[in-house]
Ligand binder design. Sequence first.
Ligand code: A3P
Length: 290
Amino acid sequence: MGLCEAVQELEVIHEIPLYRPFVEKWAQVESFQARPDDLLISTYPKSGTTWISEIVDMIYNNGDEEKCKRDAIFNRVPFMEMSCPGLLSGTEQLDTVPSHRTHLPVQLLPVSFWEQDCKMIYLARNAKDVAVSYYHFYQMAKMHPDPGTWDEFLGKFMAGKVAYGSWYDHVKGWWEKKKAYRILYMFYEDMKKDPKREIEKVLQFLGKDLKEEVVNKILHHTSFQEMKKNPTANYEMMPTWAMDHSVSPFMRKGMSGDWKNYFTVAQNEIFDAHYKEQMKGSTFKCQMEI
Ligand code: A3P
């Protein structure tokens, strides 16, 4: 399914012109000319995009916290396909920055990224925590329709009837691509367990060598506690008509295994069976908790 069909389907489901602005700017995204030294950060929504973006910006700025407070994270590492009335679109910011982020599945990524063999970082997070985080995000980020009850939303998530489609296809698509392209495939759960080791992996992937004290500064600055109180990282610089943190903060819990507080035993059984079916034949493995 192409983007337009996917959007139309979503619009029919939700009965509102939900992602119309994204579609209107789509031609600019599709024709984007990546440079060989561009870095792309790719994720399914709610997988830790902001976290890895902050880490990358700190690396590019050699651990200089003040430089990383120059602007909100959504301007420092812009969303390629982002289009929202009243805000600069991703494509309008693309030329001025060295790294971009996207939630696009592999089949919709502008071809120039493959042609230029750009380095890409893919960050995956377990499906159950993503579903819970996404449910809260749907409530606070006003571009989304009402998610309904948790049970209703979980059903939509499993069916891929949410923004950016199927989590299963997304993680599997990028997992396969990493065999042929320069993709560092990372996991949120690994970052929770040993963030320093994961930051070092990113450094190595980017060919950067920073002193240990700088790495420690990056580690500190990008911890959940620090990012939660940092207005340039916690999305509080977004207008409240776009995101309402009083409904649910963007930096919500930042933990692995929070799904246990939301899934009933029955939901978990259904989810596990469906997951097994969806992931059949793939070597992708992810920890559901740490
Ligand atoms: P929760 O809703 O589970 O708390 P994204 O940036 O892709 O939208 O992902 C947002 C999720 O990543 C939220 O998850 C958020 O709290 C979590 N997150 C952001 N920064 C983090 C950090 N430094 N450490 C751990 N989790 C973080």
